[in-house]
Design a protein around this ligand. Sequence first.
Ligand code: GAL
Length: 937
Amino acid sequence: MRADLEVAGPHGPIPVRVYEPAGPAEAVLVWAHGGGFRHGDLDMAEADMVSAELSGRANAIVFSVGYRLAVDGVRYPVPIDDVHAVWRWVTARDDLPARRALGGASAGAALAVATALRTTTPGETVPPGVELRDAPTGAGLRAAPTETGLRAAADRPDLLLLAYPFAHFPTPMLGHGRTLDSVEDMVRNYVGRISDLPPDALPGAARLDDLPPTHILLSEFDDLRPSGELLERQLREVGVPAESFVAPGTTHGHLNRPHDVPDSVDASLGFLAAALRAPRPAPRWLRREGEPRIEFGADYNPEQWPRTVWADDVQAMREAGVTIVSLGIFSWARLEPAERRYDFGWLDEVIDLLHTNGILVDLATPTASPPPWLTTKHPEILPVDRDGRTVWPGARQHWRPTSPIFREHALRLVRVIAKRYAEHPALAAWHVNNELGCHNVYDYSDDAAAAFRVWLRERYTNLDGLNTAWGTDFWSQRYGEWAQILPPRHANGPVNPTQQLDFKRFSSDALKDHYLAERRILREITPDVPVTTNFMVAGPINEMNYPDWAAEVDFVANDHYTRPGPQSRDELSFSANLCGNLIPGRPWFLMEHSTSAVNWQPVNVPKLPGELARDSLTHVAHGADGVCFFQWRQSRAGAEKFHSAMLPHAGRSSAIFEAVTDLGARLRSLSSITTFGRTPSAVAVVIDYESWWAAEQDAHPTDRLRYRDEALDWYTALLDHGVRADVVPVAADLTGYRLVVAPILHLVPAALKQRLEDYVAGGGHLVTTYFSGIVDEFDHAWLGGYPGALRDLLGIRVEEFAPLLDGQSAPLSNGAIGTLWSEHVEVTDPATKVLATYTGGGAAVTRREVGAGSAAYISTRLRPQGLLLILDDLLTPAGVTSELPPDLRGKVELAVRGPVRFLINRTADPVDLSAVAGAPETLPARGVVVLSPETRG
Ligand code: GAL
């Protein structure tokens, strides 16, 4: 609904056009069109179309302001006075929604910021009747009077929406010539001069630190784009949340030309509307109705099969108890066979078929594998490896996370898909891309170099900061310009370690940024559908800092594949455990694992009988409320034809399909478990991705150190001891744990040092190991002796590392055997006790008592057998005991969800359970028993 009215202002009435949404209004926007302060009216698209669209898309009442233009002697600050008067009139009304935004385009964006400054900047508000200094030719103009002359918090906008803002003069990076002349003319006309400008005239020059969160829309090909970009950097510098969106293929003022670039205008409006819309709590689990249950299913790739197979697929899914499938993950080439030519017919058919059969869809954005037409047209999206070699198409994930061209094509497709399936009742969740970073995390291309520099600028602000952080006086690496900085490409020796570490941080962030860009569109179009992406918390994979990503997914989804080895099962439990603690207390989704053999190891062995169910149920024991596999039907062709699936080459008449069907029934019987999250234990094993990255860099005392192996050894030793532990990110709240094991906590910034000291001072018991506390967040060594930041807390001092050669060992007084590492540990505090020595002399394991707490140190790698020999000395003072009967300790893993207890057989033999009340007599080899008041599994 649209209506015209007038608002009284200091210079007379101001025309305002009001747009009301069809449904209940949730937000208010006061909007100022652009036109160089001199042109424009309420009918132009940038005023009328934008207001109508934002009103409808964001359920907002939009007030479009017909402010006085700088013509016929009108100059600064009259247009601001007008916008401000309307803003004051709007904010004084108590019949409007509480969420209030100010916004504008181009010159109108400058007016919006200037108006916001009047409401937020202390001391800048003009008391009633006080005359502002007149602009040279604008005689006798007064600022809009305020009632109190003080800043009114009620006036403060909740957010700013700025489209291609013109916020600076001189304008950054504008050269000479026509554009500059016309910009000068625009400023001279508006303010009356081009020097000594009032800070709010082009408000990038003003104090910005009190502004509200700001959303900046940029036109890709716009001489004024640097002004919007600079404004974003300025806002961030002073701590104002700011984000921007570059509308691809557009020029300045593109909202006035909706027919030239319809996709980009649509995306621009979407960006602004998503910001304006009143925030709703993100849905944290699938969009579905009905009773709680554990979801069960797989990746489903029907495009690999003729249509005739689909009906059989769905029938077999029903037989197996499948409730959900992930669809469309690698379908880009099918869905968009040529640029902007879409073919959704087949996907429509599949989704309808699934829906008719009661199967939910976790719909992928098919952006993981770009199609040949895109890489042929734009080979510049292909990643470049460390040695400068192009990563060619032929497999998958051949795209640069930082390529603007890739991003543009991917986001366009995401938007099309989101709109097409937004209302489909089968759509239960969005699955963004696939295993982001599985193959393309480290890209050394020029796009990556440019994005790395932007990232570094945000981190260090100036080159001095970077030079200090990177220690560039070493080997003459000092940078004089940002453009000199490169990713850590192939060099003839170890590359600067902080550069390497920052590149790891940047690469994780770059992929997260891609995820966020897709999520923004999905949230905008389907705010009620949860968004996730499948993590790879498994084995040695560490490139993506998942504890940092976890805040951005509506629920954690993980892919886990076992690798052969004596700790394979424990590793699965360890990974599941960490997934359950990435968003504490929330269920998570096992998005992929295998029914049997994979195809990507040197030798791919099948799972043994019982393993399929045991692996799945171990994830459930650690909080998974969804259990899915890769994939539904084993491929006939392609690189994964020898990878197991729910429906193998052998068909339904197979042991695998039988085990799958049994598992489906078992999960159904466990539905009530979903009410309960993981129950925390008394012991935590801490995982820190930054320490993992830093500890395994090159040019170190040994290249044999493997961070996660040490952490897993502790987990195995605790299981061997019958003690359940939580695997938690280093940022987790540790205060509730009686014992915290932080193996190889290599990178310890001052704040973490303080947290650990506080934890111990508060009565906590900390255990750490060799190569911990060594560097700060810049990878600079803490001085004065090792273990650096933790030296005083541990009450010890080490002068030199003594890593061990392959085959060498360092026996301990308690019978344990150290490998990999040793040290000469000097005890520096009388409260530090030596728990074990090296038989060759010197302390190997120490423990310092600190009030009711303690801090223990293990100076060598003891493997689970050796750790088991010292565990009692660490657990007993912390008051931690096993919750299992003595006979079961080591043989069985216990995991707890509320009143439900899982007993998981860690061995290949049956285990006698007669000591466990309410349990069956025997726990079969590789079996799982679920004990609960109502449930018996
Ligand atoms: C995952 C991937 C799947 C499939 C699977 C095979 O990494 O997401 O698409 O390739 O591995 O194990």
